[in-house]
Design a binder for this molecule. Sequence first.
Ligand code: GLN
Length: 485
Amino acid sequence: MELTDLTLHELRGLLAEKKVSSTELTKIFLERIAAVNSKVNAFIKVVEEEALQAAAKADQRLQTGDTAPLTGIPLALKDIFITEGIETTCASKILSGFIPPYDGTAVNRLKKQDAVILGKLNMDEFAMGSSNENSAFGAVKNPWNPACVAGGSSGGSAACVAARMAAATLGTDTGGSIRQPASHCGVVGLKPTYGRVSRYGVIAFASSLDQVGPLTRDVEDCAIMLQAVAGYDPLDSTSIDTPVPDYPAGIKKGVKGLKIGRPKEYFIEGLDPDVASTIDRAIATYRELGAEIVDVSLPHTDYAIACYYLIATAEASSNLARYDGVRFGQRVNPGEGLIEMYRQSRAAGFGPEVKRRIMLGTYALSSGYYDAYYLKAQKVRTLIRQDLNNAFEEVDVLLTPVAPSPAFRIGEKAADPLQMYLSDIFTISVNLAGTCGLSLPCGQSQEGLPIGLQLIGKPFAEETLLRTGYAFEQATDWHLKKAPL
Ligand code: GLN
């Protein structure tokens, strides 16, 4: 067993017992990155020198015994998190060379614990995508099969954990971008409740939907990472001032008597048969563990994709206005006036999917179409939230697939954006409703690709999700399977 194979909580034990130092551990992870990143393309940037400095600092703190849960643990960040002194591109050409002058809140909180940041991870440009093919740095390859996508948009964050190049990572989830790549790469991913984790210093895609969360080897690691970043932040006006429970302490409570809802709209024709049978087996496992399975309905599910792709693109068109070659972004200036400078800067800097979204969103917000598209979508969003609220009157947790199929081939859906958008059907309602969702490995396809299970909770019920996920892990061994790399 290699040290890189261990979970964060196991590594933490070794550091505390002084069986290994953070510097040794960091070097081992850096070697692992050097050996396998070219096969996966998860890292956009590795910051070896800064990582070793942070490890040396962590080692001093470990000597004192006054440590935090992440002290000395090698982690990596999606390149959507701005990092002081380290280039941050959001996988877009338009931000190439952008060196932020400060750290965001989540990064700050990791650094306060003296975690070691190894580098920045690949993603879909501005987090727009479900396959990580929309990156200026090329697609991330799935560690289970390099011909397949890793999922997106936090594909680098999921593949990095699956390929054991960091103990855990942070990603963001606007419509599934943590949960779906976690599912495709066989790791655990949590999208916390809107307002649970600060987005200060996270590059905005769709501000009413974006949320920060961890991708990890197992549920216990997920609880540790969430604990580190959760909580009120006056620098993010959408962050909510509600107490943060002790997440790791709550995971072992079991699921006896827990009511788990099975939404009938999520078990549709077209669901991949391997996914369907795997989820059925997971349901049977929960029954054996003493949970009660209840059929529920989320009647507006069919409208979720249209609703999401109107709201997300509308917000993106507004958020991305700042990349104009003046406030932010590489400038292309042909010397033909301001408008031409904007036009050429944006034309050269953004990739095709980002341009498509800006155009869709601008159209949905334009006068004459606003009522028919944007306003209508906002009303539908309320109905989708009500569906979930109604279900949660009857059950504690919902259990669904994460994605309609296991990871697809690189290139398979790239030419058909609608096909790509449709694959988000099971994850976007959670964002539209502002609640939390956990993805954890629950099986494999006949081809040997991981399949994930989604647990959806009430707002701020991350504790319930984590204990429900943990109970499944204790009864199965899917989270222990390792990508053949
Ligand atoms: N796949 C969705 C999209 O393309 C979600 C992306 C995300 O969560 N950032 O918008």
